[in-house]
Design a binder for this molecule. Structure first.
Ligand SMILES: Nc1nc2c(ncn2[C@@H]2O[C@H](COP(=O)(O)OP(=O)(O)OP(=O)(O)O)[C@@H](O)[C@H]2O)c(=O)[nH]1
Ligand SMILES: [Mg+2]
Length: 464
């Protein structure tokens, strides 16, 4: 390498203002020096991974149903000595809950199913054997997923309480010698049938119905609380939230024994689990987002600095989905970098791949503009990128910034452009050759310094 660059990094007046770039100025390393101490460079890209992988999904609608509670049992402990033994029905168990968990190990909503249903709780058995609780289910989503509870699709009706079934029950009990006062009694029978079950052939008498009405399980506020419209954001690894609560199990028949009722042929029914509809939207959270025109070398840079193996090719729009890689520093400090598909002029109006991916720029801690420094006018490219980000969401460009002047290996043009760019902008600029893996550690060191500063200011690992 014959080129030498006088200054590698320019001190920044951009936020964060407290960021010290003095250490970066101290030893302006040349290409050769930088190339010799490439600690974080992976020697080879595993070819077999190139271009493979799962489709990227960043929006999904999901239906989640918690498990139904198990029914209580109606059994009696009979023996030769005691043919009318005491009631011995076990309780039904609660149905499985459904939780949503954020994980840094998944990067797309691709693995999320359309429907989830937690297992039901087990029914009670004879000999006081209670059912087994339904297993809890976890929906695993990437960190940065927004969860919104929505209305059910119009064509499906939700109701756990089925008015038609209640009608049928009413009809069944008509003509059985019991007089029903139309409205009131049908409502009572509906409730009784919702919460209790009877041994086949058993018809509860009026006084039993009275007793059962008195001890109806009360519905807690959280059971009935409407969730539609609620939303939350999963921003940290292993954050866990309850989506749907499993139904309670019904008590077994010993619970209905009293001085009057010696052999209760009654047990509690398991309650249905709640059903909710969700909208999941992924807005990738990475420490740094790579923003650049198509073909600028973003993917090559990501492959050079991180453990990721994105597809790299000499045509625009090679990268069609955001791709997150992790940079591992020798002292085990890590940061994440997102390769975002190329932007072009008019992206905010949906030109090119459009604004679909701009949402993934929103929540990165810092921006890394990757410019093709050997191109016609890299400063124009930078202006286009900044304009597109601002048009999509005002204020987006005010994040801490680094410019990676890529393709600096391309001779005199690159060197001249770099000098011109340095004179024009007031942001740290690091010339690199992502392809030849030169000056990469320099770039990652600056990125680390900026990210460390932001994390310190934020006070924790979360990001809003
Ligand atoms: N000479 C030279 N070529 C490079 C360098 N970095 C990347 N390239 C080449 O530039 C082309 C585009 O690289 P990519 O990494 O696919 O570019 P990208 O920005 O990810 O492009 P899109 O995914 O299409 O937005 C490839 O042919 C790379 O080999 C570099 O430092 N020097
Ligand atoms: Mg790419």
């Amino acid at each position: 390498m014959s080129q030498r660059y006088s200054s590698v990094v320019k001190p920044s007046s951009d936020p964060p203002s407290s960021l010290s770039t003095s250490s970066l100025k101290e030893d302006d390393p040349s290409w050769e020096a930088a190339a010799n101490d490439e600690l974080s460079v992976r020697p080879s890209v595993h070819r077999k991974f190139l271009g493979k992988g799962q489709p990227f999904v960043d929006y999904k609608r999901v239906r989640v149903t918690a498990g139904k509670g198990g029914n209580g049992a109606i059994t009696f402990f009979k023996s030769s000595r005691n043919p009318f033994g005491p009631p011995s029905g076990g309780n039904g168990a609660r149905g499985g809950n459904v939780y949503i968990v954020a994980s840094k190990d998944v990067t797309s909503l691709n693995g999320v199913l359309n429907r989830y249903a937690a297992p039901d709780g087990g029914n009670g058995q004879g000999k006081q054997m209670h059912g087994a609780d339904g297993r809890d289910l976890e929906v695993v989503v990437p960190v940065g997923t927004l969860v919104r509870f929505t209305d059910p699709p119009v064509s499906i009706s939700v109701g756990h309480e089925d008015p038609v079934a209640a009608e049928e029950i009413m009809e069944k009990h008509e003509g059985e010698g019991q007089e029903f006062d139309e409205d009131e009694d049908s409502e009572r029978m509906r409730l009784i049938n919702k919460y209790y079950k009877f041994r086949s052939g058993y018809t509860p008498q009026a006084d039993r119905i009275e007793m059962l009405m008195e001890r109806l399980p009360y519905e807690s506020a959280s059971d009935a609380a409407p969730t539609v419209g609620l939303s939350f954001d999963l921003t940290t690894h292993s954050e866990r939230r309850l989506l749907a609560r499993g139904g309670r199990g019904g008590p077994g028949n010993p619970h209905f024994q009293s001085s009057e009722i010696r052999g209760p042929a009654i047990a509690g029914k398991g309650q249905p689990g709640t059903t909710v509809w969700l909208e999941l939207e992924l807005k990738t959270i990475a420490d740094a987002g790579l923003v650049g025109l198509p073909n600028a070398g973003k993917s090559t840079f990501l492959a050079a600095v991180s453990n990721a193996h994105p597809k790299i090719a000499p045509y625009p729009f090679t990268t069609l989905n955001p791709y997150v890689g992790t940079i591992d520093f020798p002292d085990f400090w890590t940061m994440t970098v997102a390769d975002i598909p190329g932007l072009i002029q008019g992206a905010h109006r949906n030109v090119g791949l459009g604004h679909r991916f701009l949402r993934h720029v929103e929540r990165n801690r810092m921006l890394v503009y990757v410019l093709d420094i050997a191109g016609q006018a890299p400063w124009d490219d930078l202006a286009v990128l900044k304009t597109e980000l601002e048009m999509y969401k005002p204020g987006l460009t005010s994040k801490p910034t680094l410019i990676v002047a890529n393709k600096a290996d391309m001779g005199a043009v690159a060197r001249d452009n770099l000098d011109k760019l340095k004179a024009m902008v007031d942001v740290p600029i690091v010339p690199v050759s992502a392809m030849e893996r030169k000056n990469i550690t320099r770039a990652t060191a600056v990125m680390r310094e900026i990210v460390e500063q932001i994390r310190k200011n934020d006070g924790d690992e979360t990001l809003q």
